[in-house]
Design a protein around this ligand. Structure first.
Ligand code: AMP
Ligand code: MN
Ligand code: MN
Ligand code: MN
Length: 282
């Protein structure tokens, strides 16, 4: 069975492996088609593609765009974009820039909770390009404030907890315009992770579909098997293709190991159903 993994992170954003190491690891785990989808960045794609070419695995350009929708944060994965498309490049640069301003506010909130030095602490883990809550989380674990990634987000950095700040990301329509302008496919990332009741979830799917969005992650490292069923039904109802991705962030920082993701339910039309990458991998 061909292993397709269309959601993963490298050190360009908040993963632990460099793009090259990530591709090597994917190949070792038997992944045949891989997308690198760093948060709000495309900087790892060239290196990853180069390594994939050497190892004979099929590589797909990707990114995971942070979006504000109804005052909530959701993630939209873009796949198969032209990584040079100027509006996409500029839009992502704007989001990365805003992350530094947000990081200062996160550190100020943590200061109020008597946790000092977190900006420098988080930056020590971050690439020069992006600072994320994951980097703050690693600093908090280092400082003994929590024992692992799961527990740190229960105590800090989330709504109502120290270190939480609101932030304005891209608008949904902007993210889709950037992806579509670059010739790519837009995918709702891990819908099971959003705190949306069924009414809001339906509104999100309706709006996404109306804006020309094409797919939704049905099989995700952060979905339960019940959620595979729930989102494959929603995909069918809205005429969306189904995607599959581990959301791998590196050893010990992932919901599921690379290569161990469940297969796509047979009732779904995979987003890759007509891709040459898959024909070439098979
Ligand atoms: P940001 O985009 O800066 O808000 O950071 C979000 C990142 O933090 C996600 O992409 C995950 O890698 C990580 N994250 C958020 N919530 C959790 C959680 N509950 N458990 C583990 N990692 C999380
Ligand atoms: Mn992440
Ligand atoms: Mn995400
Ligand atoms: Mn992700």
């Amino acid at each position: 069975m061909l292993k397709v993994d269309l959601h993963s992170h490298s050190t360009v954003s908040d993963g632990l492996l460099s793009p090259r190491q990530l591709v090597r690891y994917a190949a070792e785990q038997g992944v045949g088609v891989l997308a690198l989808t760093d948060h709000d960045d495309l900087a790892g794609l060239a290196e990853a593609r180069d390594e994939a070419g050497k190892l004979g695995i099929q590589f797909v350009n990707g990114t995971e765009i942070s979006v504000s929708w109804r005052r909530r944060t959701i993630h939209i994965v873009g796949l198969r974009m032209d990584a040079e498309h100027p509006p996409l490049v500029a839009g992502l640069a704007r989001l990365r820039e805003s992350r530094f301003e947000r990081a200062r506010r996160i550190a100020a909130e943590l200061d109020k909770a008597n946790i000092h030095g977190s900006l420098e602490g988080a930056m020590a883990y971050a690439s020069e390009r992006i600072i994320s809550r994951s980097h703050f989380a690693r600093y908090l674990i280092d400082e003994g404030q929590a024992k692992d990634m799961r527990s740190v987000f229960k105590k800090f950095l989330t709504k109502g907890k120290p270190g939480y700040v609101e932030h304005v990301w891209a608008e949904l329509h902007e993210a889709l315009e950037w992806i579509h302008g670059a010739g790519g496919i837009a995918v709702i990332a891990h819908p099971g992770r959003y705190d949306l009741g069924s009414t809001l979830m339906n509104e999100l799917f309706t709006e996404f579909k109306d804006l020309g969005g094409q797919a939704v992650e049905v099989v995700s490292g952060s979905h339960s098997s019940d959620e595979f069923g729930r989102f494959s039904d929603l995909a069918r109802r809205y005429g969306l293709l189904a995607s599959r991705g581990s959301d791998y962030h590196g050893p010990g920082h992932s919901y599921v190991d690379m290569g161990r993701l469940a297969q796509m339910p047979a009732t779904c039309t995979p987003v890759w159903h007509d891709w040459r990458e898959v024909l070439e991998a098979a």
